[in-house]
Design a protein around this ligand. Structure first.
Ligand code: B1M
Length: 224
């Protein structure tokens, strides 16, 4: 296995190189993700390489050395790689464990972490309703009306939008008090999650799936 392929993948993500078609014939994340998988790198290792590239862009942005367009291009590149990883997260189970509604709260446009949590939940046997980004409280309650008894997941990546989770949880509690709500995203802490009344917090997709498993095991299947 060539470890250089993973380093190359991180660098391509960092530099926002999506694919050959957009890169004037130069390989991008799409081609090199396929290559890494073909070489036998595990999907988890490939995901780590993509995430590492993204972290570098974030650090450069924080240091004033990269700008919003750089972050956007890196996000597009990472999404191209994630599309190839998705089948590995799908378990192919026919029997679904329940419905998991997920979205990024209003004011926030970050979706990569949320997409990873959605993929992990799908792979663990949940039917996922992905509402997307910038979702108002009514978006979540409408999805619950269509999927009563579903568990809800909220994501936020900004210190300025994590506070928007609380009104979403309050709206959900008013509309359907028996709903389980879990939260996550880089700036969150367990203390914050407790303070806003979430039923669970995880810093990563695997932890979110564990929380879901706990809810599915309840006699009510997730509803309180
Ligand atoms: Co933004 N951005 N961004 N950005 N951006 C960050 C988050 C930032 C940390 C960069 C920095 O300064 N170092 C910073 C936030 C600072 C803060 O609030 N403390 C920041 C900023 C400031 C901004 C803008 C305000 C910039 C501006 O306009 N001046 C702006 C805000 C726009 C808005 O949302 N209203 C903005 C815009 C953008 C883009 C649109 C350009 C783009 C997003 C594109 C997209 O998502 N499609 C973008 C990007 C790409 C980033 C960085 C570089 C990467 C985010 C990412 O995808 N990480 C980010 C810096 C960084 O993270 N290092 C940054 C990879 C992803 C796998 O990790 O999302 O953390 P993450 O998800 C993790 C966990 O958090 C967790 O699991 C995931 C996998 O491990 N998780 C959950 C997430 N949700 C969960 C839910 C769960 C459980 C776990 O349960 C439900």
């Amino acid at each position: 296995m060539d470890q250089g392929t993973l380093s190359r993948l991180s660098a391509l993500t960092e530099n926002g190189k999506v694919n050959r078609a957009l890169g004037r014939g130069q390989d991008g994340v799409e081609e090199v993700t396929a290559q890494a998988l073909a070489e036998g790198h595990s999907p988890a290792a490939v995901l780590e390489a993509l995430t590492a590239g993204m972290a570098v862009v974030g650090d450069r942005f924080a240091a004033g050395k990269a700008f919003v367009p750089n972050m956007l291009l890196a996000a597009r590149a990472m999404s191209a790689g994630m599309a190839l990883l998705k089948p590995f997260f799908d378990s192919g189970e026919v029997q679904r464990k329940g419905v998991f509604i997920i979205g990024t709260v209003f004011g926030d446009l970050h979706d990569i972490g949320k997409n990873l949590v959605a993929m992990a939940a799908e792979g663990a046997g949940w039917s996922v309703v992905d509402l997307g980004v910038d979702i108002q409280p009514e978006g979540f309650t409408a999805a619950l009306d269509a999927n009563p008894g579903a568990v809800v997941g909220l994501s936020a990546l900004l210190t300025t939008t994590m506070g928007n989770m609380e009104p979403v949880i309050q709206a959900i509690r008013r509309a359907r008090p028996d709903t389980r709500v879990i939260v996550g995203g880089a700036p969150l802490t367990r203390e914050f999650a407790d303070k806003i009344g979430a039923d669970g917090y995880s810093s990563n997709p695997a932890g979110a799936v564990e929380l879901l498993a706990g809810f599915a095991a309840e006699p009510s299947g997730g509803a309180l």
